[in-house]
Design a binder for this molecule. Structure first.
Ligand code: GLV
Ligand code: MN
Ligand code: MN
Length: 428
């Protein structure tokens, strides 16, 4: 097939997205909306995995699973020994998720394969669809886990030993859910990777476009902070004698906000998303507080400075509050810049499709930032509604925007899959 443009089946794509959203569907108390709760390697995730694998097989893909539970489906090329062209994302969700985060990239990729089948389009290179384990990091504490193992940034052993709040390990949960792939299972050796993903932010909507081309992903730092003070009676302990870990936690939260607003750390965004006091009783001064700190900034030096400042502030809590603190690393990724060649190919393809686009840096983390270490990579963003909110059931992208994004994915993948070996044509 030469340079004919293909169009995906938008109704089929939408129907598949809505069907997957039924798995793990739950009532979200905060919004009153039906949301998606499909934490990695839970029963809901396993059920969704089986459904997606069934769709992969129906589309003619040959499925394999690796040792970290990443799933790949392969469509043969005429040059079977050539490296594959890979697309995909994740199907796990946060506890209060929507229907699009990750799933658009995976189900969109399956729709691309279905579309190529409809067109009878053979390709030179094989095409693979992948979905990666625990992209969200919500259950086991490290984001982009499966793709980081594939890319070699994290070892399989490290990943297997991570545990959730109940002590269940990744290794055990892979076995329990039946997604511990065989020892020999090979990693993909991609020629290139493209991930389509809902933007999860306001840039595309503000520009009035359905699609974006992603230039990279900002640095992400996740730390766990444990604060230790002393318990005491709420009514009798004089204020000046307290070692209140709760108060110190509040000071940390306020300081993180101040750091973000100070301009000292570039465009830093900081979030304390989890906080637990101990012993957590109305009339007892908190002896302990455990919290997570999520910091993001599109500049590695700014991240280094922000982490150093936070560490210094935590050390100073002993002086100000009589509380000691220790920071533990959960995850950290540096700024990633995507392939200019793949971006150029996407831009030329968008032009050919008549799709206006903007270029944007990603505020969210993505499997693509890991896969970028092993092959030329870029991403397609699809506009979300309601200001692009995500990680809430209010996350929504309309069928037209999703169809346009997956059309761009389909045609870019088709071009990559038919480029002669050794060449990399960025433009059209
Ligand atoms: C992944 O969704 C992230 O936290 O950016
Ligand atoms: Mn995602
Ligand atoms: Mn997410």
């Amino acid at each position: 097939m030469n340079d004919q443009l293909v169009r995906v089946n938008r109704d089929r794509l939408w129907d598949t997205l809505m069907r997957l959203a039924q798995i793990g569907s739950c009532h979200d108390a905060a919004t009153g909306l039906p949301g998606v709760r499909r934490l990695a390697l839970t029963d809901e995730d396993a059920q969704a995995r089986r459904q997606v694998i069934a769709w992969m097989r129906e589309a003619g893909l040959v499925v394999r699973i690796d040792r970290i539970g990443n799933v790949y489906g392969r469509r043969a090329g005429t040059g079977e020994d050539l490296p594959c062209v890979l697309m995909g994302s994740h199907i796990d969700s946060v506890a209060t998720g929507g229907a699009f985060d990750g799933t658009l990239g995976v189900l969109g990729a399956i729709e691309v394969v279905r579309t190529l089948n409809d067109y009878g389009a053979a390709t030179l290179k094989p095409i693979e669809v992948g979905f990666f384990t625990e992209e969200e990091g919500v259950r086991f504490g490290t984001d982009m886990l499966g793709s980081a193992v594939t890319a070699g940034r994290l070892t399989l052993d490290y990943a297997h030993k991570l545990t959730d709040d109940t002590g269940a390990s990744v290794a055990d949960e892979l076995v329990r859910t039946g997604f511990d792939g065989p020892e020999h299972e090979r990693r993909p050796i991609p020629f290139a990777y493209i991930e389509c993903h809902i933007e999860q932010g306001p840039i595309l909507a503000a520009a009035g476009v359905d699609v974006g081309i992603v230039i990279g992903v900002q640095s992400i730092s996740w730390q766990r902070l444990e604060l230790r003070g002393a318990a005491g009676h709420a009514g009798t302990t004089p204020i000046e004698h307290r070692q209140d870990a709760g108060l110190a936690a509040a000071a940390v939260i306020v300081e993180i906000r101040r750091m973000c607003e100070s301009g000292q750390f570039g465009e830093l965004r900081g979030t304390v998303g989890r906080l637990a006091f101990e012993p957590a009783q109305t009339n007892v001064i908190p002896a302990g507080a455990t919290m997570t700190v999520d910091m993001r900034v599109p500049d590695d030096d700014a991240m280094t400075a922000a982490e150093a400042h936070l560490a210094e502030f935590v050390a100073g809590l002993a002086r100000g509050y009589g509380v000691t603190g220790s920071l533990e690393r959960m995850a950290k990724t540096r700024v990633v810049r995507f392939s200019r060649d793949v971006q150029a190919l996407l831009a030329a393809t968008a032009d050919d499709l008549g799709l206006p686009y903007v270029k944007a840096m990603s505020g969210a983390g993505h499997d693509a930032q890991e896969i970028a270490a092993i092959c030329p990579t870029a991403m397609v963003f699809v506009a979300g509604e309601h200001g692009g909110v995500s990680h809430t059931p209010r996350e929504y992208s309309n069928p037209t925007a999703c169809g346009n994004g997956v059309d761009l994915l389909a045609n870019a993948i088709l071009r990559l899959a038919n480029q002669p070996e050794g060449s990399f044509l960025g433009g059209s």
